[in-house]
Ligand binder design. Sequence first.
Ligand code: MTE
Ligand code: MO
Length: 197
Amino acid sequence: MTILKQLNTPVFYAEGIPRNVTADNYQLKVDGLIEEGQLTFSFAQLKAMPFSSVNARLTSVSGWSVRADWQGVRFSDFLAYVKPKPEATHVNFASFFHYTTAVPLEKLMYEKVLICHQVGGEDLEIEYGGPVRTFIPHLWGYKSIKGLAHMTFVDRPIPGYWEVRGYPDEAEIEPGSTRDVNSGKTRRIKGGEVTEF
Ligand SMILES: Nc1nc2c(c(=O)[nH]1)N[C@H]1C(S)=C(S)[C@@H](COP(=O)(O)O)O[C@H]1N2
Ligand SMILES: [Mo]
């Protein structure tokens, strides 16, 4: 069981949990502005890529955050397998149903950005975004898509599920207070902390 589940971390799955998806039938589609046109990766292929571990916090705009060891493939390492065309500026991420969110490519190149399939050495549970999610600790949690099914390289921002409902597209974490799921206590997020994740 991952620490996310042990800590009873809130489960946000606005579009519904894709219960039929397993590591065995998982497929990640990648298309749009890439030299290869279209690519597909299985869970086994993602597991065979360079593995990185990142101790950082997922911070929800709704007022909680959780620290864990998030593990998987660095987005920057993933780009050894996918060649974006020069005009690609953003990646539009889509889940198995209708959740989407787009992130500028430059904001995906930070070393703590992962295509994540484990937390603390355990495979991600389906409700926490397994088999594969993204982890982007320097942006509000709504940019870290769960149940990642499809990545499209595009040349513009595309408003996603929460962005069309009024949440900022930049999703920069703002100073304020957050309920720390690890300790159960409220803590301040200072402006400076966002750079530490
Ligand atoms: N597919 C999908 N991904 C999603 C969401 C969602 O509703 N559907 N919610 C987002 C939000 S708002 C947050 S804060 C985190 C929460 O992650 P958790 O449910 O694993 O705690 O997932 C993000 N990714
Ligand atoms: Mo969130």
